[in-house]
Unconditional design. Structure first.
Lengths: 403, 175
């Protein structure tokens, strides 16, 4: 092959994308212009080979290959190479949580990348915001729980002293189970000489508002009792109705609140074997000789706007000849949802319970009733505050004496 | 102030003067060619008087002084490294100095590969087959030195003038 043909062949082969594996021998050429042509062709072959290696690596995503120096065949690829290295670094920074970077002047890449960073920044802000809100919420919740716990301490202190009750009652139990930490149910006990007053009260609402109502109800009951005495529970209720309405300003029709309470109250003279009961929507259950008698309270509740202050509540006289168990309960027990069909516990079930267990020691009855309630409730939440009070009166003939 | 004999550097940022007041009509900017005219004529004279090596050394040293003052006056040194780089990048862009990009970083070793595209000193120069951004080398070293308190070696490995499309600098702490 002639020397010129060799050069032509080499160039054609480059044009086909193939690197000739032999360089032309420029030193064997005696013509100076041909020698220069050979040198230039050789440089082209070398540059082309370098370029191919570099572009191939680039196409494979291999970025740690340095671009061939002083090779202008791949100038634009060098730019691309530098940009890809930079984007790789940027992406690594983002992966490390560095959202301070941005990409400039890389066309569509810049926009996409910077938009992503912006979105990530916003997300981070929202996360921080959420975290802060969560912390505030947790703190507020802890404060509320603290305050409720303290409220419970106060509400518990407001309940009657058990020792005082025990001194006057042959046997008794109290189930006091607010739905929340504190609640709208309370019970009261007051004694003067041999006679005592025992009451169960269910105020509107539960939780904090309910518990505030119990404070009003309890102290109003004390006031009513001081005003009219222990002997006439119906009169106590009428007086209580008047006091609560005044206390909540519910004797004015424009008052914003309309709250009140249900109550069952017994005035007991154990020595004489006599109980006088009066109720406002709370009943008294009397159990003797395996029979249960329900004495309903009046339908008129206490303290509401609609509660009539001139309503005279009914006194029910019960004479006790042989040992009798008496019970009062708020509707939290009777309304508790449970069982296989999600029905309320109900009065019938309660009466059935009393028939079965009335003669047992009160402590045992309490345990059995709690157990019955829990197993009936199952996984259902407690729907309302629950208070059940049971006590025994030995009666005129069978009074047991404390040892 | 400008012409006293000295053995230590006395440049202050205030020496740049009140350009707003001084150039109410022409404003604060000029052409890149004017900047290069000054740099390359100065370089020419420095080389002919003191030789290539000394001239390069002078340019690096001047760049370092400029970088240090730049960092003190225009950058927030309280930022963490990543935010600092982002700010530097933004500053160089807004001042039309060049487009700084990071290719590689090892924060533990404080080693970096940076590129500067559309560089004020060299982009578009005739291809000379040599790196010319000595002033930039000093400039980067000066910024990092002032930010970190450590001395850095900055070497321009690729340059527009050496036939590359972007100037590439290897940065590592001085041993
Ligand atoms: Zn350069």
């Amino acid at each position: 092959m002639s020397t010129l043909d060799q050069a032509t062949e080499a160039i054609l082969s480059l044009l086909r994308g193939q690197t000739p594996n032999v360089l032309l021998e420029d030193d064997v050429c005696d013509r100076e212009d041909l020698a220069r042509l050979f040198q230039a062709t050789n440089a082209l072959i070398k540059g082309f080979a370098e370029a191919q290696d570099f572009i191939f690596a680039l196409s494979q995503g291999v970025l740690n290959v340095d671009p061939p120096h002083r090779n202008f065949l791949v100038s634009s690829f060098k730019d691309l190479h530098a940009h890809l290295r930079h984007l790789t670094w940027q992406t690594q920074q983002v992966a490390r949580g560095d959202l301070s970077q941005r990409v400039d002047f890389l066309g569509d890449f810049s926009e996409a990348f910077n938009t992503m960073i912006e979105a990530l920044r916003e997300k981070r802000l929202i996360e921080k915001e959420l975290q802060r809100a969560n912390e505030q919420l947790r703190e507020a919740h802890a404060q509320i729980i603290d305050s409720l716990q303290y409220g419970r301490t106060i509400q518990t202190a407001f309940l009657p002293n058990r020792e005082e009750m025990a001194a006057h009652l042959d046997d008794f139990f109290v189930i006091w189970k607010p739905k929340d930490v504190i609640g709208g149910d309370i019970y009261r006990f007051n004694s003067i000489a041999d006679r005592f007053l025992i009451a169960v009260i269910d105020c509107t609402g539960h939780g904090v508002p309910g518990s505030i109502m119990t404070m009003i109800a309890g102290s109003s009951l004390d006031e009513a009792r001081r005003n009219v005495g222990l002997h006439d529970p119906a009169a106590v209720l009428q007086e209580l109705n008047r006091i609560v309405k005044r206390a909540l300003n519910q004797h004015h029709s424009e008052s914003p609140s309309d709250d009140g309470l249900d109550i069952g109250i017994c005035s007991v003279d154990p020595e004489a074997g006599r109980v006088v009961f009066s109720g406002a929507k709370i009943a008294l259950y009397c159990c003797v000789n395996g029979e249960v008698r329900e004495i309903k309270g009046d339908k008129q509740p206490i303290g509401y706007k609609r509660s009539n202050v001139s309503h005279r509540y009914t006194n029910h006289m019960i004479t006790i000849d042989s040992p009798m168990s008496l019970y009062m309960t708020t509707d939290g027990l009777l309304h508790q949802i449970g069982g296989s069909r999600g029905f309320p516990f109900g009065k019938r079930r309660f009466i059935r319970f009393l028939i079965d267990h009335w003669a047992k020691p009160m402590g045992q009855q309490q345990a059995l009733l709690e157990q019955a309630l829990e197993s009936y409730r199952g996984d259902e939440p407690q729907v309302d505050d629950i208070t059940v009070l049971g006590f025994t009166i030995a009666g005129r003939r069978g009074r047991r004496h404390e040892p | 102030m400008f012409k006293e004999e000295r053995t230590d550097y006395r440049f202050k940022w205030a020496d740049l003067g009140n350009i707003e007041e001084g150039r109410p009509n022409l404003g604060p900017t000029t052409l890149v060619s004017v900047y290069r005219l000054m740099q390359y004529t100065l370089r020419d004279v420095l080389i002919s008087k003191y030789g290539v090596e000394a001239a390069n050394g002078i340019l690096v040293e001047a760049g370092k002084l400029a970088g240090s003052e730049f960092c003190l006056n225009l950058l927030n040194r309280q930022l963490g490294f990543e935010a600092f780089v982002a700010e530097l990048q933004e500053k160089l862009k807004s001042l039309n100095v060049g487009i700084l990009r990071v290719e590689k970083s090892n924060i533990d070793k404080m080693e970096f590969t940076l590129t500067v595209s559309e560089d004020l000193d060299c982009s578009g120069l005739p291809l000379l087959g040599e790196t010319v951004c000595d002033y930039d080398e000093g400039f980067i070293a000066g910024i990092l030195n002032t930010y970190t308190g450590r001395d850095f070696d900055v070497k321009e490995v690729d340059c527009w003038a050496s036939g590359e499309r972007t100037c590439r600098f290897h940065v590592k702490p001085k041993e």
